[in-house]
Write a protein that binds this ligand. Structure first.
Ligand SMILES: [Mg+2]
Length: 222
């Protein structure tokens, strides 16, 4: 058989298996979130402890004074959009400043190894890829491996159904930020956004005081 045909077939099967595993993971995520919504587990578990427009507006000094020593940063649309492959100057400056202030910084992402490691090495931070947020198995392994005290951690992310749910499950203080550029999001993140809207709408109805106190009504209007 022609070498090129064999090669094309090989690439086709690799892509097929990748898309199947992605499909299974997405299905898992959808079922998980439906189960949570249906059971109406306390909706407050979807609420962050604080909300800011972006990572540059967070009062890190206040968190340091409260005993926070470690920051878990989500990657996609929290520190860079999906189309950006290297942190920009402002993010590099922020990470350098935070490290000087005494924070230990981690990057946590569901994205693939190469992208996450690129950012981790550029920002000189420990990075965890393919985390399968909101599931806690993988992150728990790292928490034990690095002997992390969860009371000293602040989790910053842009997604309610991954970052905030998982931080709440682990009892970690959380900050929700706006996505940098939602237009760059992949189709599976758009599915998450659909659930996020449903959940936030329900929280707005059931817990409007907490919703307004956090300023989430501003995110809602965007
Ligand atoms: Mg994200």
């Amino acid at each position: 058989m022609n070498k090129n045909i064999l090669c094309n077939q090989y690439i086709f099967f690799i892509k097929l298996s990748q898309s199947q595993s992605l499909f299974l993971e997405i299905n898992h995520l959808i079922i998980y979130n439906i189960k949570w919504s249906m059971k109406n587990y306390s909706l407050l578990k979807y609420l962050p402890n604080s909300y800011y427009n972006d990572i540059f507006l967070i009062p890190y000094k206040d968190y340091l004074d409260r005993g926070i020593k470690i920051i878990f940063f989500d990657l996609d649309n929290t520190i860079a959009d999906y189309d950006t492959h290297y942190p920009d100057e402002s993010v590099l400056d922020l990470f350098n400043k935070l490290k000087k202030d005494g924070f230990t910084l981690f990057i946590l992402s569901n994205n693939h190894k190469k992208r996450v490691f690129n950012f981790g090495s550029a920002l000189d931070s420990i990075s965890f890829h393919s985390l399968a947020k909101p599931f806690k198995n993988r992150i728990n392994k790292y928490i034990h491996k690095y002997n992390i005290n969860k009371d000293e951690v602040l989790w910053i992310g842009d997604q309610v159904v991954t970052d905030i749910v998982l931080s709440n499950k682990l009892g970690i203080l959380s900050v929700l930020v706006d996505p940098i550029n939602p237009k760059t999001e992949k189709w599976y993140t758009k599915i998450n956004r659909f659930f996020e809207r449903l959940i936030l709408r329900r929280i707005n109805k059931m817990h409007s005081n907490e919703f307004i106190e956090l300023g989430l009504n501003k995110r809602w209007k965007k």
